[in-house]
Design a protein around this ligand. Structure first.
Ligand code: IPD
Length: 262
């Protein structure tokens, strides 16, 4: 590859920042949705900020295709690497005016993230990492927590948006039983960055998408954490467990058997 990890990270960070800044510049358009459903919102600014991120990436690196949440139905050509964009992770939060959302950009090769950035403009947080640079939050190195006892753990989770049958609740019940406290904050990339920064011990979700986690998982891994895809489904969907690493096996032990229960 002709780009260094540091160069790829600079592009990812710029694209995530520009996507987030486009949203911030248009906060008065918070109610401009393309569709609203019981578990999801398709927002006009999601589409526009993906276009902003795409233009930023293509200006600096036209060599690789781009998988974006808003264009995920378009098949990508075979290529040695691909960019992955989630223009607004936490769209439902954003729609309601909750500042807990972010723009996420990563580049992956062979399923592995090489560089990634997660920008939460209303929280003033920029998380970044590449395969040969440390995980940073606003330029300062971050590391995972050392809590090894699940009963002292803060565990973030979420309800899979395609989960109309409430399947997510059996996992939530189990997390509630093992954790010190469970949190459902509504933006997976930020949940994972919280684990990376040592502000939570784990994040689990039974149905999440590649663009939600592509950047954040690298940030977590570079901060000393562990990310494991517990199940893979079609259309870029998966069940994921991310932890501070020391607590990983204990939480997996509790959650993994539940996939096989109705
Ligand atoms: C969603 C958020 C949410 C998670 C959903 C995701 P989106 O992403 O990350 O926290 O529970 O599963 O789909 O749709 O806001 O990009």
């Amino acid at each position: 590859m002709k780009y260094t990890p540091a160069a790829l990270l600079a592009i990812a960070s710029l694209a995530a920042r520009r996507a987030g800044e486009h949203v911030i510049a248009n906060l008065d358009r918070r109610d401009e949705t393309d569709s609203l459903s019981r578990h999801d919102v398709k927002h006009r600014l999601d589409v526009e900020s993906q276009e902003v991120a795409t233009a930023t990436i293509l200006a600096a690196c036209p060599d690789y295709p781009i998988l974006g949440e808003e264009t995920c139905d378009t098949p990508l050509p075979d290529a040695p690497a691909q960019w992955v964009i989630d223009p607004i992770d936490g769209t439902v939060n954003f729609f309601h005016g909750l500042p807990w959302w972010c723009s996420s950009v990563a580049i992956q090769a062979n399923g592995r993230s090489l560089a990634g950035a997660v920008y939460a403009p209303q929280l003033g947080l920029l998380f970044e990492a590449s395969i040969d640079t440390p995980a940073l939050c606003n330029g300062i190195p971050i590391t995972v927590s050392h809590i090894a006892d699940p009963s002292l753990a803060l565990i973030h989770t979420g309800a899979d948006k395609s989960d109309v049958s409430g399947r997510s609740f059996k996992f939530m019940r189990a997390i509630g039983a093992i954790a010190q406290r469970m949190r459902i904050t509504g933006a997976a990339a930020l949940d994972i960055c919280m684990v990376a920064a040592g502000n939570a011990e784990a994040y689990f979700e039974p149905g999440i998408y590649l663009w939600d986690i592509a950047a954040a998982r690298l940030i977590l891994e570079r901060a000393g954490g562990k990310c494991e895809i517990l199940r893979s489904y079609e259309n870029y969907r998966m069940a994921v467990l991310t932890t501070n690493a020391v607590i990983h096996d204990r939480i997996k032990e509790e959650l993994d058997p539940l996939f096989d229960h109705p």
